[in-house]
Design a protein around this ligand. Structure first.
Ligand code: FAD
Length: 514
């Protein structure tokens, strides 16, 4: 831990570590309220995983939802959220998240650079208070020209950044638009300074209070003091192989969708060093992920065909489940001793590419050359190619094709839930059950990916870091994936990571302003 016996290099009112959506919301709120705010980002790009995201933001009863004619209230949202999260996280934390959504959206939209709109995307669980069309809002697209000099620092979309694909970047959408809009709002306050290429190394504590950070840039360390406080918004630890092995029991820092140079658990280490309590370290925002020839694994959702089989050649879940639930099924499947990671998505030739949504879309030839996509004229031949028992695969497919005929998946109820049907495009009695019958047959390797980790610093409803006795550590805040998630072991609906990160970023800044 650093001490403050030497003269500090610089001072600000508030230091925000990281530059994703949680960080920028905190920084904007603090600066708009009159605090001199410094944002530190360790990479050369602003936006973190938030810039890669689809930018669904789950905030029940918010003004953008109501404008779109969605009948929703905070009470109904909280009924749903607490029903699915249960008592794994404190009720007051859950209430703080859900009840602050409307106020946050109203506050952000007061800035001329910020605008949201609703698009349907169902909640992920069948529970009281659910809304089938969901309660997600998205930032309005934005012309990249609006970013002017800031354009070069915006982290590129994931397809460009990790897979080198060519993509229109003149109109910013999704996470690109979210980060860009928050950045414009932040800049307009005139009170915030954004520094890229600066890595926070540790927190400075003075008289029991977080008073600044030790940071590093260009191989040199310096100290930055904060009059009011330090907000850790530096993401999780998904890019650190050691932490993943230790807490998740799986390899795969290269399977995360986060930028490889970004979230390596720095906030966690800094907070632990000053006595913070941590929680939910075995969790992540899981997802199936398609392994690409370059070693990255792309977030894969909306499986509209095929079946997912484990090393025993058997299905193990409803393939149309929301991605985090399917990811959990893969993770939990490992505990049976049968390999579920990787699994194989087996589909037939009616699909000319993977029957799922991925970013980017696979190039089948490149996948075949890398051994990640295998094709055969018959199912027994395919079983040999993917090393699963021939009889088992045959039986699995025959049984599934029977379900496709009747329209009822007797094993996993695929297609029963509105979420499943949101992506279903099949023509039979159940749009989610598409038979696997037209040769040649294909199999693509699917691993366990994530959209960030969920374990981190325990916090209260204002994002204040708690110590092991449950008391706030004065001046220290943790928000976004740097904090233990309010959602506990589940992913309630599209936009929970961003929605909760932004709410607690906002609430942390309000606390700093009070
Ligand atoms: P990040 O956005 O990851 O930002 C953390 C930043 O901190 C990074 O820029 C990192 O470089 C920086 N940093 C790390 N260490 C340091 C340090 N020591 N010093 C300074 N800076 C540091 N979630 C949703 O809610 N809705 C969606 O629609 C959605 N879609 C997704 C789609 C994709 C393809 C992916 C990959 C994720 C998606 N997610 C979505 C998940 C969501 O984007 C992340 O969980 C969320 O953005 C995490 O936000 P954050 O602010 O905590 O961290």
């Amino acid at each position: 831990m650093a001490t403050t016996s030497e003269r500090p290099d610089e001072t600000a009112d508030v230091i925000v570590v990281g530059s994703g959506a949680a960080a920028l919301t905190a920084a904007y709120t603090a600066a708009a309220g009159g605090l001199r705010t410094v944002v530190l980002e360790k990479t050369d790009h602003v936006g973190g995983t938030s810039a890669y995201s689809g930018a669904a933001i789950w905030l029940p009863g918010n003004p953008a939802l109501l404008r779109a004619g969605v009948a929703d209230t905070v009470e109904q949202g909280l009924e749903y959220f607490s029903a699915v999260v249960g008592d794994r996280t404190p009720a007051d934390l859950q209430k703080a998240y859900v009840s602050t959504g409307p106020e946050l959206v109203e506050f952000l939209e007061r800035d001329p650079s910020v605008a949201f709109t609703h698009q349907p995307f169902p909640d992920y669980y069948d529970a009281p208070g659910r809304i089938d069309g969901g309660r997600a809002i998205f930032p309005e697209p934005l012309s990249a020209v609006r970013l002017a000099g800031r354009r070069a620092v915006l982290r590129p979309p994931i397809g460009v950044d990790q897979y080198g694909v060519d993509q229109d970047r003149e109109t910013l959408v999704g996470g690109q638009a979210l980060v860009a809009r928050l950045l414009l709002a932040l800049d307009a306050t005139g009170l915030a300074e954004l520094r890229t290429g600066v890595r926070m190394r540790s927190a400075i504590v003075r008289d029991g209070r977080a008073a600044g950070v030790v940071a590093e840039t260009g191989g040199k360390t310096f100290r930055l003091l904060a009059e009011r406080g330090v907000v850790l918004a530096a993401g999780g630890y998904e890019c650190d192989d050691t932490l993943r092995q230790r807490h998740h029991g799986l390899p795969g820092a290269s399977w995360t969708s986060s930028a490889p140079d970004s979230n390596t658990g720095d906030a966690l280490a800094a907070a632990l060093e000053v006595g913070a309590a941590i929680d939910l370290m075995d969790e992540a925002w899981w997802c199936p992920a398609t392994l690409f020839p370059n070693g990255h694994a792309a977030f894969t959702l909306g499986l509209r065909g095929g079946v997912l089989v484990n090393a025993a050649g058997e299905r193990f879940a409803n393939e149309s489940l929301p991605y985090d639930r399917l990811g959990h099924a893969m993770h939990e499947g490992q505990a049976t001793g049968i390999t579920h990671v990787p699994a194989w998505l087996v589909f037939d030739d009616r699909f000319d590419n993977l029957p799922a949504v991925t970013q980017p879309v696979p190039d089948p030839d490149a996948f075949r050359r890398a051994g990640l996509w295998r094709s055969a004229a018959t199912l027994p031949e395919l079983a040999e190619l993917i090393d699963v028992p021939v009889d088992a695969l045959d039986k699995t497919i025959a049984r599934f094709n029977g379900f496709a005929t009747t329209g009822v998946d007797e094993d996993f109820q695929r297609g029963k839930d509105p979420f499943d049907r949101f992506f279903g495009t099949g023509e039979g009695p159940n749009p989610c059950l598409v038979p696997v019958e037209r040769a040649p047959f294909h199999a693509v390797q699917i691993v366990l990916g994530d959209l960030g980790t969920k374990g981190g610093v325990r916090t209260d409803g204002d994002g204040r870091a708690l110590d092991t006795a449950g008391d706030p550590i004065p001046g220290l805040f943790a928000v976004g994936n740097a904090a233990a998630s309010v959602a506990g072991h589940v992913y309630p609906g599209p936009g929970t990571p961003l929605g909760s990160g932004m709410v607690f970023g906002y609430r942390a800044a309000l606390r700093l302003l009070s």
